[in-house]
Design a protein around this ligand. Structure first.
Ligand SMILES: Nc1ncnc2c1ncn2[C@@H]1O[C@H](COP(=O)(O)OP(=O)(O)O)[C@@H](O)[C@H]1O
Ligand SMILES: [Mg+2]
Length: 400
C-alpha cells in the first residue's frame, strides 16, 4: 500500500467520522416525530381535563370518551399516546387496557379502519374478506376472550367522517349494545377542525356528550422553548445548547405555535453546528426555516408609505447578515438610507411609530431587550417570516 492510499483512507475515515461524530448529538431518537416524551410540556391542565373524561376507568363496566381538537402541532397525537400509556400503566393489575391508534388519513374508509383495529389486537388477523360487522364481531370476541378493554384513538378523523358520516363511530360507540356486555371500548377522536364535529349525527353527539370536548390551542413562546429544551436534554450533550439559543427557537416557533416547528429548528441548528465540527450550538445556528417561509409576500411592501419603506430597507440590509438588530441601530440605518435617497429623516417618534406599524402588518417582529440600557425602550427586531433580501430588492426597485 502506498503512502497515498493510506492518507486517502485516513481522510475517508475522517469524513465518515463527521457523520457519526456526535459532538452535539448523542441520540437522535427524540427528534423523531413518533417519539413520545415521558412528560408533555405545558399541558398539565389539558391532561387533567382529558383524565376527567375517563373518571372511574378502574371499574370494569366503565368506558371513556374524548374528542380532541387543535391546530397542527398542538400535540393532539402525542397527547393521545401519552395519555393511553399513562392510563394503561396506572390501571396495571386492575384492568387490562389495550391501545390502538389508527390514523384515518392513512386508512380513510370504515373497513380499512376496522381492519387496522383488528390487526392491532391480533397481528394475524386476515387481510381481507370480511364485512364490517364481521370485523366488529371479531374485535368484540377478541376483547372478551382476553378480558381486555380497548382504548381506541381515531386520529385525523376528518376524511373518515366525510366518507361515512360517522357511521363507523356510531357502530363502535354501540359495540356492547345487545351483547350483554359493558365497557368494552373507550375512544379518543382527534381532528384539526372543531366544526367537523357538527357533521356528526345528533345520535352520536349525544353519545359523545358535550363534556368530552377538549380543544387544544397552539403553543406560546414559553411552551415552545420548553419543548425545544426537552428534546435538547434528551438528544444532546449536556451544555451544548444554551438558554439563549432555546429562547430563540421558542420565539421563532411562536410564529406558528407548532411544536414540530420548534423541534425542526433545534434539529437544523444542531446539524449546522455538527457540520462545522463545533460542539456548541450557537444562537446564530437558529435560522428561520426556509421550508416554512413566505407567509409574507414581497409585494406586501408596495402598500407601505415611503418612510415605512425606508425604515424597513435599513432593517432588511442588516438582517441579511445578522439575526437581529436593535431599534437603535435600525434608526441609524434608517438615517443612512434617507441620506442615500436624498430625504430628510423623520423624528424619533415617527420612526418608532413606523416600526410598530411594520410589526403590526407582520413584516418584522420585536422583543424588548432583557437588559434595559440607556433609553428604556430598546427592542430587538427580527424577521422570522420572510427573506430580508427579497424585501430589500423589492423596496429598492419600488422606491424611486
Ligand atoms: N406538550 C408537548 N411536550 C413535548 N412534545 C410535544 C408537545 N406537544 C407536541 N410535542 C411534539 O411535537 C410534535 C408534534 O406534535 P403532534 O402531537 O404530532 O401534533 P398534532 O397531532 O397536533 O399535529 C411531536 O413530535 C410531539 O411529540
Ligand atoms: Mg397528529
Amino acid at each position: 500500500m502506498s503512502n497515498n492510499d493510506v492518507s486517502t483512507s485516513h481522510m475517508m475515515a475522517d469524513y465518515l467520522n463527521r457523520i457519526g461524530a456526535g459532538k452535539v448529538l448523542l441520540d437522535k431518537t427524540s427528534f423523531s416525530f413518533d417519539w413520545t416524551p415521558p412528560l408533555l410540556v405545558g399541558r398539565d391542565e389539558e391532561l387533567s381535563e382529558l383524565a376527567s373524561m375517563f373518571i372511574g376507568m378502574e371499574g370494569h363496566g366503565v368506558s371513556g370518551r374524548a374528542v380532541i381538537t387543535g391546530p397542527v402541532g398542538s400535540g393532539k397525537t402525542v397527547m393521545t399516546h401519552r395519555f393511553g400509556e399513562d392510563l394503561q400503566r396506572m390501571l396495571e393489575g386492575r384492568r387490562k387496557i389495550v391501545l390502538a391508534h389508527v390514523n384515518c388519513r392513512n386508512h380513510p374508509t370504515a373497513s380499512q379502519v376496522l381492519q387496522e383495529i383488528a390487526r392491532s389486537l391480533d397481528s394475524g388477523h386476515p387481510e381481507r374478506g370480511f364485512s364490517s360487522s364481521e370485523i366488529i364481531q371479531s374485535i368484540r370476541r377478541n376483547l372478551k376472550a382476553h378480558g381486555t378493554h380497548l382504548l381506541l384513538t381515531l386520529d385525523e378523523i376528518d376524511v373518515l367522517i366525510r366518507n361515512d358520516k360517522g357511521d363507523l363511530i356510531y357502530k363502535l360507540l354501540r359495540i356492547d349494545e345487545g351483547q350483554g356486555q359493558q365497557g368494552s371500548l373507550s375512544m379518543m377522536l382527534v381532528s384539526q377542525d372543531v366544526s367537523l364535529i357538527k357533521l356528526f349525527e345528533p345520535a352520536i353527539i349525544s353519545r359523545l356528550g358535550e363534556s368530552s370536548m377538549l380543544a387544544l390551542g397552539g403553543y406560546d413562546e414559553r411552551a415552545l422553548t420548553g419543548i425545544a429544551r426537552q428534546r435538547y436534554e434528551e438528544a444532546c450533550r449536556p451544555g451544548s445548547v444554551g438558554d439563549d439559543t432555546l429562547s430563540k427557537i421558542g420565539r421563532f416557533a411562536a410564529e406558528t405555535g407548532d411544536a414540530r416547528h420548534a423541534i425542526e429548528l433545534l434539529e437544523t441548528a444542531v446539524r449546522r453546528a455538527e457540520k462545522e465540527g463545533r460542539g456548541d450550538v450557537l444562537v446564530e445556528d437558529v435560522r428561520p426555516s426556509t421550508l416554512r417561509s413566505a407567509s409574507v409576500e414581497p409585494s406586501q411592501v408596495d402598500n407601505l408609505g415611503k418612510h415605512q419603506k425606508l425604515v424597513l430597507l435599513g432593517i432588511c440590509r442588516r438582517l441579511k447578515k445578522a439575526d437581529e438588530i436593535s431599534s437603535g441601530d435600525a434608526q441609524k440605518l434608517y438615517n443612512l438610507v434617507c441620506e442615500e435617497y436624498g430625504t430628510k429623516p423623520r423624528s424619533y417618534t415617527t420612526f418608532w411609530k413606523h416600526l410598530k406599524e411594520l410589526e403590526t402588518v407582520g413584516l418584522i417582529e420585536s422583543r424588548t431587550a432583557n437588559a434595559t440600557v440607556g433609553r428604556g425602550r430598546t427592542q430587538h427586531i427580527t424577521m422570522t417570516n420572510t427573506a430580508p433580501a427579497a424585501l430589500e430588492s423589492r423596496i429598492e426597485s419600488e422606491i424611486c
